[in-house]
Design a binder for this molecule. Structure first.
Ligand code: PEP
Length: 260
């Protein structure tokens, strides 16, 4: 089993002072902890400089990601932040296609595909979210929905670019609801996504791809989820806002690898 990746998505939470405290606490808890799990923290954009300062410090054990970027390179797009600007901030990852952005800000597979291109141009790793709504799962359409999202947002990439993406499977009904997909449900969908990638890009690319699970992942359920063969880690929302919970999830990543 390959090493895990755990990404914390703070969403639009924390004042600057609270963000400073939280990232400082995570820094302290991870310092000197010889983990194998790769950790990425995605704070609100205004706190990226604060976060990258921590990530650059000696003994730092994490990397920094953004929560969104513009589909455009630059120009008259008031309020937007470009991939180039993120790159100048030393941001290494960026979440795109999160269900909250699809729901509240009209993000589509087409805009996600453009954002993916902007990020790859800047050597930033896109973390592309996909996942079905509850009604879609109940109607048995979850594989079809996820297949469409993955193909339309990512399969235009040549293999050498696809190697630099992360996919996060986040069933919408599990995000922020306290209801988690069962480990078997997560594994079934992750294996399906990997099979799609294998058909398009071959076995090596598919094996090396990180497919994260997101949706009410917490210190209690992380180990069982991460112990599934095709679950390469997690995209963590609510539980990433408490340093001890977030670090416990990182520890679950290490344990899952050690035990398998
Ligand atoms: C998310 O928003 O990406 C997420 C997984 O949230 P939560 O962990 O709070 O369900």
């Amino acid at each position: 089993m390959k090493e895990k990746l755990v990404i914390g998505n703070w969403k639009m939470n924390k004042t600057f002072e609270q963000a400073d405290d939280l990232i400082g606490d995570i820094f302290d808890l991870l310092k000197g902890f010889h983990k194998t799990t790769e950790v990425v923290i995605c704070p609100p954009s205004l706190y990226l400089e604060l976060a990258t300062d921590y990530a650059d410090a000696e003994d730092s054990n994490f990397r920094i990601g953004a929560q969104n970027c513009s589909e455009y390179k630059n120009g008259a797009y008031t309020g937007e932040i470009s991939a180039e600007m993120l790159s100048e901030m030393e941001v290494e990852f960026c979440i795109v296609g999160h269900s909250e952005r699809r729901k509240y800000f009209g993000e589509t597979d087409e805009t996600v595909a453009k954002k993916v291109d902007r990020l790859i141009e800047q050597n930033i790793i896109p973390v592309v979210c996909c996942g079905e709504q509850l009604e879609e799962r109940k109607a048995g359409k979850h594989f079809e929905i996820v297949e469409k999202q993955v193909k339309e947002s990512l399969f235009h990439l040549p293999a050498n670019h696809f190697e630099h993406v992360v996919i996060a499977y986040e069933p919408v009904w599990a995000i922020g609801t306290g209801e988690t997909a069962t480990p078997a449900q997560a594994e079934e969908m992750h294996a399906f996504i990997r099979s799609l990638v294998e058909k398009q890009y071959g076995a090596d690319v598919a094996y090396n791809l990180y497919i994260l699970y997101g949706g009410s992942c917490n210190p209690k359920n992380a180990l069982e989820l991460f112990s599934q063969q095709d679950v390469d880690g997690g995209l963590i929302g609510g539980a990433s806002l408490t340093a001890s919970d977030f670090v416990a999830i990182v520890e679950a990543g290490d344990t899952a690898v050690k035990d398998n």
